[in-house]
Design a protein around this ligand. Structure first.
Ligand code: ZN
Ligand code: ZN
Length: 405
């Protein structure tokens, strides 16, 4: 049992803090700090990242060891002074990783997802994607390259990652004396704001002095307006992840000459043509046939998120003991459910096809585990009959989406 993964407990801890923050927001009479749709969307993105991370984390760690064993520049010993040097070095690397994430299109495509949320609370901290984690790992390799031992680096990254969770909240207000040294929730809130004077400020994660040193520091003055300058008006799980890559591709296609094409990929997001996104949305999200109205299926959605979280917790804890079929099933089932949650928020008509896909996936997995795969025709036939004779699709839409007309 030595291979159990205790990171599974980060999930209940996360929900505990979200719940405490929610209660605090209610007590402060600030219910607007949370918005149902945005919380569901933020948590969905976080679940996907934690899920995919299980498959890639080991290779990230191996990469640190590989870099350290083959290319370490200095031989840095492991004593308490080194921990201080490492925490500073980590935050310094983070500063540049984060700053380039805002200044270079191809990096912004991954980091933009973190900034979609117009609500600034603990759930927004969960908006990290695996693509972002891959880019970040490339930057983190600088630490073992400098000669910090990978075990220390990995420990530090966990601490560093945990710190930034707590800077995503509005319930604590400004703590001015802390701002001399640390990035506080107020300072990171400025980073998440779309107000002109707050743009491209406060890239630090733990310490404030990199921003002061490189001229990107800004204290909170007026109350920030959170989110992007050009907000993404979609809760689609896939579109949120990939829209900016499509924008880059379109901008690249339109660009004439090498210099313009280079800029489309490596130029500044500030110069991205703002007409591209609405055009792409028209093309890719055209089947948005329903206007957003009062959500009538909050319970159903909450159940799905709870189900995904429980599955993910169990999956994380016993990851080393799962066989390939368990892995493929859990990965696909959770990802389909998250796409489903996004589609529910957008009230898409095609959503019941996804529900069919999930039911079939679940039945195939159960049959496979019992060596009865050849009986897959039974659930397929049942679904067919339900659709043909009981109009399951229409009933589903009528009940979940309230679209009976
Ligand atoms: Zn950022
Ligand atoms: Zn943030």
């Amino acid at each position: 049992m030595e291979k159990l993964n205790y990171l599974a407990f980060a999930m209940p801890a996360f929900f505990l803090f979200v719940w405490l923050e929610y209660k605090a927001a209610q007590r402060k009479k600030r219910p607007e700090l949370f918005k149902y749709e945005s919380s569901v969307s933020n948590i969905s993105i976080g679940i996907a990242e934690r899920l995919l991370n299980l498959f890639v984390a080991a290779s990230f760690y191996q990469l640190y060891y590989y870099v350290y064993d083959n290319y370490a520049i200095w031989d840095i010993p492991a004593n308490w002074m080194v921990w201080i040097a490492l925490i500073l070095a980590t935050d310094f690397v983070w500063y540049w990783y984060h700053r380039l994430g805002h200044e270079v299109n191809i990096f912004w495509a991954a980091h933009i997802v973190h900034h979609h949320s117009e609500e600034f609370n603990f759930t927004a901290a969960a908006r990290i994607t695996t693509i972002q984690a891959v880019i970040r790992t490339a930057f983190w390799c600088l630490l073992p390259l400098a000669g910090f031992h990978p075990t220390m680096v990995i420990t530090m990254l966990l601490v560093h990652g945990a710190y930034s969770f707590f800077t995503h909240t509005q319930v604590v207000g400004r703590i001015k004396w802390l701002e001399y040294v640390f990035i506080t929730p107020s300072l990171h809130g400025v980073h998440h704001a779309s107000d002109e004077k707050y743009l491209d400020k406060n890239y630090g994660d733990m310490f404030v002095f990199w921003d002061k040193l490189f001229g990107t520091y800004q204290a909170e003055e007026e109350a920030p307006k959170y989110g992007l300058t050009h907000p993404l008006k979609s809760y689609s799980f896939l579109w949120q992840h990939f829209h900016y890559y499509f924008e880059i591709a379109e901008s690249y296609r339109r660009a004439n000459g090498f210099k313009a094409k280079w800029k489309a990929v490596f130029g500044s997001p500030a110069h991205m043509d703002q007409d591209i996104r609405p055009e792409l949305e028209k093309k890719f999200l055209q089947c948005r046939s329903l206007q957003l109205r009062q959500l009538r299926f909050k319970g159903y959605l909450a159940l799905q998120i709870a189900l995904c979280t429980l599955m993910l917790m169990w999956f994380t804890f016993f990851f080393a003991y799962q066989d390939i079929a368990d892995k493929v099933f859990t990965l696909t089932f959770i990802l389909l459910t998250l796409v489903n949650c996004g589609a529910l928020l957008e009230q898409r008509r095609w959503i019941y096809y996804l529900e069919y896909a999930r039911l079939l996936l679940l039945s195939s997995y159960l049959l496979y585990n019992n060596d009865m795969v050849e009986y897959i025709f039974i659930p397929v036939a049942l679904l067919f009959v339900a659709e043909k004779y009981f109009s399951l699709g229409q009933r589903y839409q009528g009940y979940i989406l309230q679209t009976r007309s």
